[in-house]
Design a protein around this ligand. Sequence first.
Ligand SMILES: [Zn+2]
Length: 464
Amino acid sequence: MKFKLTLIFLLCVSAVASAQNVDSLMLRKIYDEALVNGQCYQNLHYLCKNIGQRLSGSANAQKAVDWTKKLMDTYGFDKVFLQPVMVTHWVRGEKEVGKIIDGKTEISVAIAALGGSVATPKTGLSANVIEVHSLAELKDLGETVIKGKIVFFNRPFDPKFIETGTAYGTAGDQRFAGAAAAAKFGAVGVIVRSLTEAQDNYPHTGTTRYDEGGVKIPAAAISTMAANKLSSMLKLRKLPLIKFYFKQSCQSMPDAPSFNVVGEIKGSENPNKFIVVGGHLDSWDLAEGAHDDGTGVMQSVEVLRILKATGYHPKNSIRAVLYMDEESGGKGGAEYARLAKQNKEDHIAAIESDEGGFTPRGFSFVDASPAFLKGVNQSWKKLFEPYESDRLVAGGGGSDIEHLKGTQPSVRLIGFRPDSQRYFDIHHTPNDVFENVNKRELELGSASMASLIYLIDQYGLNFK
Ligand SMILES: [Zn+2]
């Protein structure tokens, strides 16, 4: 009896070991395909240099839709299709002008209108400046101090956070909600310190949101160097000597027709079960949307290409989803989730790559319990270790896939986690260009996502 049990135990151990061996060979095959025959980098080059910025609702966004659909068609995926969606359409207009006015001296500074912002009057807007560091401080000062002024939000990134995304998250309310909050106290405009730790002259754009029915005042981002200058000048002199002047002609247009672009490899056992990987096809208009999020969309297409090239036949359907309108309103992600429910699709997992195309470190799993994390690490961490992409942690997924939570009860949302140290140097700036993307880092990212998809396809995600 004892002998029998020992034999069964040994058979089980060797079965697990051989499965691990098959898996590690498959991961090796995936990485080899990505690093030797990778097409992600050249595709990103085309997207950045032949199309360029892809602001939601723009003609360039449509060019990106047409080209990515064609690209996936040429790869011969089982299905490539467009999902029509009405998207946010905001236009920047003429290049913004910003000046610090100190008596008769005018100092030009780098600003960029925040997405969704209204324009200033045609001749621009000038007013005394009040510097604040938080929405709470704004509230404490109240209407008597704020009325008629330009509010200057100047809370810097907290450098103590190791993940820069956390610093972005904690500084972000100034940009998202600053204009709406300042308008309530009678401010006439808002300028916000760029959300970055970099000390340079690039303004970082990004959306701001007004309250429904609230007063809309113009809002712009100011570079960190200009913010430091303005702050030091305000400290030296008392009001009302320092004024700020800015001029912008941006405009919100009616929602425009656009598309999500979807490529699919059909599952052999469960064609109606889906594992999706994606990023957003739209980008800000100050540069080429290389890291944000050209890398994410090109990696997603590459994941499908790699799996097909290795000859892998998935059990479940695998999709690359290129969402539209992430930056301006998130309507593409919402529509994908709505259609998934309407079409009675069952999504097992959704991965999003929207934190730049830097060296992959691992993945974060949304709402992961300690038991889930223990299980996923015990099963898969070792397989990722040779590729230095083995951090399997709890954390965020991504704003496009978030919508699936509402329509897909059993979906596991997963964020692709590259190294975060350099992302916010270029995020939403004129500096987000192809030249700042590293070929190997980009390819390693595609390979790590293809590997995770392979493992999910084989074993599911029922770690409890
Ligand atoms: Zn993004």
